[in-house]
Ligand binder design. Structure first.
Ligand code: BF8
Ligand code: SF4
Length: 631
């Protein structure tokens, strides 16, 4: 049973214990939901207004329209567009908080400081902010204000979207999908999809593309860039992953959620001498910080803080009985945690005014008092150490990994010189040593064996000389299975990719960060186009994307901004749209003629990998590149 649920040994072990203890996890709750609602799966139920809820009969025998007359195409498109809006809102609200922290960093008293002045200047330049004679603090202030203004901008074009290749920007302009302001595009989806507004599924999806671009080239990019400025641009580093990073004899504090504005401070607080002394007094050998989900990726990338697990392991971490405190902020936090912790000594603490759980202790975070609050949370964890009952059950599994790649460092490394260049990467693709590159991103989902699709797909691609970049829970899955070790190239990669990995000293699968850091992939693709020899647009590049285990609305927004940026993207599960043949055709065929990218839905990760390879070959042929060297 446990084996079918996950390919990860640590997960299997804890699941076995959960079963013995009659503790439910997402997997049991998923089974209890069977059969899941067919109307929901097909995207043809609507409860947008109070004449409904309405549903369309997919077999053509019952109603073909809601009370208002909306048909399957309208209903499915509206539902999907709302998913994009929610996903874009989540990423972008995260970006907004980071911009706020940067504004604070402009004052001397703040706990936040500019850690990467070079990146500060680079991003300020992208905004056209004058730098002459300005201090870091002055630039930080100007940049934070510009970034904050992007959210509420009413007209014009989002500045960061203009970083995309010229041809791409022109295409967006022609299609009328170049975002005006971040919040505006989210709001417009909500408006258009409310009762009695936009009925044309094409027009709805067009706004979906625009809103998704406002996420990728707006909110998410602001989050990534400003986080780099505040917390440092990651550089390759070694670390460890999986539940085995929890330590029996130390205070274990797990940070879970998404925003490094808080987790960065917790990392700092855990080094506080006074708190370390307190831990010692309580009989602990130290304070061990580890992470779950994307906030884990953030502090892994910048500090090498170990990762305890990905999305489906959040409950399992608690079930080890070794977690003294789990601190959560926003996004991907299972409501189930609040009941689960009642069975253990683990203290769950919510921190965001946007995400409270009934009955759970809330210590509100504010950027103004960041370090102080982080210390209070760590202290609570330390004090809870003595409440550990019985022996903890920590699976032994850990894995070594190298993470910390970025749009900047990938190419510094591939260039092998201080002056960064994408030339070696482009040349490797042009001369056929590399077939191309692929991004594998996104979540876990109990509908598919945990981690399995991520790992199978990544292995199949590297075997065929496709360099893989990865983020989010996909990166954590690959990490646990050893794919982020440079050595793995010699075990699993094709010969061409092996040669590249050996020459540069990188793993064949590159961890580029959290889900907002998918914006790093957009910039990497932009740099590849700018370097020359691979066409004039992202859509010309021999690259593809995938989210084989996706579950979140954020994944929908991400998938849409990649497709809108010209990238062929394969999803492990279809969007809930199969109730509309026309919408399915638009997304899987017709979009390519508009934006250069399109979707495919394929749950078999090997077949999905080959769809990506086929696409990469199609692009190689269009560019008239040589055959790959080691086919
Ligand atoms: O933002 S990959 S399960 S943790 S949504 Fe969530 Fe999905 Fe993980 Fe990060 Ni991204
Ligand atoms: Fe039904 Fe139309 Fe109202 Fe949706 S908007 S619930 S289809 S009446």
């Amino acid at each position: 049973m446990a084996k079918e649920r996950s390919i990860d040994r640590a997960t299997q072990e804890v699941l076995k214990r959960a079963e013995e203890a009659h503790l439910r996890t997402a997997w049991e709750r998923y089974e209890l939901q069977q059969p899941q609602c067919g109307f929901g799966q097909l995207g043809i139920c609507c409860r947008i207004c109070n004449m409904g809820p309405c549903r369309i009969d997919p077999f053509g025998k019952g109603p073909s329209e809601g009370v208002c007359g909306a048909d399957a195409d309208t209903i499915a498109a509206r539902n999907l567009a709302r998913m994009i809006a929610a996903g874009a809102a989540a990423h972008s609200d995260h970006g907004r908080d980071v911009a706020h922290a940067l504004l604070l960093a402009a004052s001397a008293e703040s706990d936040y400081q500019v850690k990467d002045p070079a990146k500060l200047r680079e991003v300020a330049r992208a905004y056209g902010i004058g730098l002459d004679g300005a201090s870091d603090r002055e630039i930080a202030k100007a940049l934070a204000e510009r970034a904050l203004a992007d959210f509420g901008q009413q007209e014009g074009e989002l500045e960061l979207a203009l970083r995309a290749p010229k041809k791409r920007v022109e295409r967006w302009r022609e299609l009328g999908i170049l975002p005006r302001g971040i919040d505006r595009e989210v709001v417009e989806i909500m408006h258009r999809t409310t009762m009695g507004v936009d009925t044309d599924y094409r027009n709805i999806i067009q706004q979906g593309l625009c809103c998704a671009l406002a996420d990728g080239w707006g909110g998410s990019m602001i989050a990534t860039e400003l986080q780099d400025i505040l917390f440092g641009t990651p550089e390759p580093l070694r670390a460890k992953v999986n539940l085995g990073v929890l330590e029996e004899d130390k205070v274990n504090i797990v940070v879970h959620g998404h925003e490094p504005t808080l987790s960065e401070m917790v990392v700092a607080a855990a080094r506080d001498p006074e708190l370390l002394r307190l831990a010692e007094q309580k009989g602990a050998k130290g304070i061990n910080i580890s992470g779950i989900c994307c906030t884990a990726n953030e502090i892994l990338m910048r500090h090498g803080v170990p990762i305890a697990g990905n999305f489906l392991q959040q409950e399992l971490a608690v079930m080890t009985g070794a977690v003294d405190l789990m601190m959560v902020d926003v996004q991907c936090i299972m409501p189930a945690l609040s009941d689960l912790v009642k069975h253990f000594h683990t203290k769950l603490v919510t921190t965001s005014p946007k995400a409270k759980f009934p009955g759970v202790e809330h210590i509100e975070f504010s950027e103004e008092h960041a370090l102080e609050i982080a210390k209070e949370i760590v202290r609570l964890g330390v004090e809870n150490f003595t409440r550990r009952s019985g022996k903890a059950f920590i699976p032994k599994e850990t894995m070594d990994l190298v993470a910390g790649f970025t749009a900047e460092s990938v190419f510094t490394f591939l260039g092998g010189t201080y002056r960064a260049t994408y030339r070696p990467l482009n040349d490797a693709i042009i001369d056929g040593r590399l077939r191309g590159a692929a991004g594998i991103v996104g979540c876990n989902n109990p509908k598919i064996t945990h981690d399995w699709a991520h790992v199978e797909m990544a292995e199949e691609l590297i075997k065929h000389d496709v360099l893989v970049v990865t983020t989010g829970c996909s990166a954590i899955a690959d990490a646990k299975h050893g794919l982020l070790r440079p050595e793995v190239a010699f075990e699993l990669a094709g010969r061409g990719l092996q040669e590249i990995c050996e020459a540069v000293g990188i793993p064949p699968v590159l961890h580029v960060g959290s889900c907002v850091d998918n914006s790093r992939i957009l910039m990497t693709l932009t740099h590849m186009v700018a370097e020359g020899g691979l066409g004039e647009d992202i859509a010309d590049l021999p690259v593809a994307g995938a989210a084989p285990e996706w579950m979140s609305e954020k994944a929908v927004a991400i998938a849409f901004y990649f497709v809108a940026s010209g990238v062929f993207t394969v999803l492990g599960f279809p969007f809930p749209i199969y109730g509309s043949k026309k919408l399915n055709k638009l997304l899987t065929e017709e979009l390519e003629g508009m934006v250069g990218g399109k979707f495919a839905f394929e749950s078999d990760p090997i077949k999905a990998a080959h769809l990506m390879i086929e696409h990469i070959e199609k692009k190689r042929a269009a560019l008239k590149l040589k055959e790959v060297m080691y086919a």
